[in-house]
Design a protein around this ligand. Structure first.
Ligand SMILES: [Mg+2]
Length: 366
């Protein structure tokens, strides 16, 4: 069972950091850091606190993983607990029979590969074709940390729901959908952090200015949140870059910092995340209280854990983690890479041919 994320307030600087569950120890790859040690580091002094951030981010972005016997064994053990969604396909289809599937898809690392330049994280034409087919069969949402408009320009499918900025910017399909004939319901627009826009813009400018001395650093404005990308920064400079980010954020106690795959993310310190966005979308679709809804969430990053956990709490559907490496996760199944996500989506389309058609939406078996 995955431990819950812990929100730690740094009272001295006013900066909050969400500490995620540690990955399992693995020689040659993950850096093993205990939760206790992370918390201790957060409490001691600025230097060690920075180290905790960087170590935790490095642990979630294993780039130097070498194949060792013990690692293979660890991976095998992990796969037993989180089997490949492709291998478990028949069981998944059985579990969804007679239920309304709703598909939630992260973007980076799930529909598109992780690339050095985040502005060039394009999805393939075949992936787009697959997602389009999926959206014809099931309500489908993209749930991402990216700015909603930017991810829309990558995906370019008007029939989807888009939850950008970690779910803080939600918009429904822009044209008529067979899923819901209620025109008001189709015009979903939800922005729980709109008051933060001026502050986010201000911090964006300061971060751009502060980090320009670090080669390769890139600050991305995702409208309601910001991303500081470490992808093109020499690992020896990661601590320096994290220090620069912290020096800006110390004056903004209403913002919090989380770390993901080679990225530090800054967002409003409100109780809203991808899990809440999932629930909001189910509610908007009129499915939140249906016993026969079957939500499927596919994602690769730590921010997706909130959605995986939400599904576990609801006892409906399941989460699929896209990862080549063992990670502590609330997802039920795993996939190795975006190509496998495409295969899984295609298989789902074929496998549910005999299931109850989506046109009986919102509740299949009222
Ligand atoms: Mg992702």
């Amino acid at each position: 069972m995955t431990q819950q994320n812990v929100l730690v307030s740094d009272t001295k600087s006013g900066v909050s950091l969400t500490v995620f569950p540690k990955p399992p120890a693995s020689p040659g790859g993950y850096i093993s850091i205990s939760r206790r040690r992370v918390l201790k580091n957060l409490e001691i002094n600025g230097g060690q606190r920075i180290n905790a951030w960087v170590e935790s981010m490095r642990a979630s972005s294993p780039t130097h993983l070498k194949s060792t016997p013990s690692l293979s064994q660890e991976h095998s053990t992990w796969i037993l607990r989180h089997p490949s969604a492709l291998d478990m396909f028949d069981q998944i289809v059985d579990a969804s029979k007679g239920k309304q599937i709703v598909m939630f898809l992260d973007y980076d690392g799930t529909l598109s590969p992780i690339v050095e330049d985040p502005d060039r994280a394009f999805m393939s034409d075949s992936m787009r074709k697959t997602v389009r087919k999926v959206a014809r069969r099931f309500p489908t949402a993209i749930v991402t940390g990216r700015c909603k408009d930017k991810v829309y320009n990558f995906v370019r499918l008007a029939e989807l729901y888009y939850a950008g900025s970690h779910g803080m910017d939600i918009k429904g399909p822009t044209r008529s959908s067979k899923y819901n004939k209620d025109s008001k319901a189709e015009a979903i627009l939800f922005q729980p952090a709109s008051d933060f826009l001026p502050m986010i813009d201000e911090v964006y400018q300061q971060l751009v200015d502060k980090t320009k001395t670090t080669p390769g650093a890139k600050v991305e404005n995702n409208k309601f949140c910001l991303s500081v990308h470490f992808r093109c920064v020499d690992e020896k400079k990661w601590s320096e870059l994290a220090r620069q980010v912290k020096s800006v954020l110390k004056d903004y106690p209403k913002l919090r910092l989380t770390q993901g795959r080679k990225v530090l993310e800054i967002r409003p310190n409100i109780k809203w995340d991808k899990g809440k966005a999932l629930e909001f979308l189910l509610e908007s679709l009129g499915l939140a209280n249906c016993s026969d809804v079957f939500p499927v969430y596919i994602g690769d990053d730590r921010s997706d854990e909130d959605a995986f956990k939400k599904l576990r709490d609801r006892g409906q559907g399941f989460g699929i983690l896209v990862s080549k490496f063992p990670k502590d996760t609330s997802a039920s199944y795993s996939l190795q890479e975006p190509n496998e996500a495409s295969d899984e989506l295609s298989s789902t389309l074929g496998g549910v041919e005999t299931c109850v058609p989506a046109s009986t939406f919102p509740c299949v078996n009222k």
